[in-house]
Design a protein around this ligand. Sequence first.
Ligand code: BDR
Ligand code: CA
Length: 324
Amino acid sequence: MSTSTLSAPQSAPCDLIIDTDPGADDLVALLLAMACPAELNIRAITTVAGNVSLGKTSRNACLAREWAGREDIPVYAGAGRPLVRKPVHAAEVHGEEGLEGVAVHVPRQGLASGSAVQYLVDTLADAEPHSITLAMLGPQTNLALALVQQPGIARGIKEVVVMGGAHFNGGNITPVAEFNLYADPHAAEVVLASGVRLAYVPLDLTHKIITSDERFRQLAAIGNQASKRVVGILDAYVKHDMDLYGMPGGPVHDACVIAYLLAPGLFSGRRAHMTVDSREGPTFGQTIVDWYGVLKRPANVLWLNDGDAQGFFDLLSARLARLQ
Ligand code: BDR
Ligand code: CA
């Protein structure tokens, strides 16, 4: 059972839909993605309730698009609550507006008409087989609803890259559960059961890719509006995790998904069998990874558990420098 570093990215741009609940780290992920049009052809951004309510995550996604000068990308609002469980938010981490360290306002351009779930159904049903990548940066409710509505759309998906889960690290919302999986474990189960190709970017990885004073200086040195916003947002955001975990810096979870799409060679992991616990109780939302293959069950995810932290911040800095 080996752990492998992942191969170089494809040369054609990746057809991408970003499903997100901005959220501080989502915002950084969106700016990074929108700074890379040669590599990432972002077909749409779809929003979900998660860190804060759907209205706020949708507004913040529209602001990210405006700040990146990418108002050509449609933003569709999706599910306002999880499939089964009671809604749970993380305003204590991301602030009441879902963003701190930067002023929010009513975006210049509003949402696209129609629901994110119908957008996913229509787009994936029309897509060439295995052609569209999904970056899932929040609870997986929208994709689960689309797969329930029309299971055949799984064929249009090339890969789903999920920020979520925790195995070796322990959780961040309960002792064992990571927020995105805890916020809608039933949705994660639907996506797992669909058989789509899955990569997971869990806390096991993201807690190794953390900020430092030097990395803040590196981002600030870019000196454009995008870097000022990212520095402001991260400065407010990482304090929570630094205090909670006693770490010298804080993670930028969701941006690791986009970095993986841009530069998979920065990361390493292993294909393994994973399950999520959706039973009520102390392990609700926990992800269990058969890292050593003791169950002899087929691998259903690529579980990323390590990465080049400085490589990540170099990539983020180089790409943010392309924005205004
Ligand atoms: C994940 O939960 C959210 O609070 C973050 O935006 C990230 O997607 C980290 O556990
Ligand atoms: Ca998120």
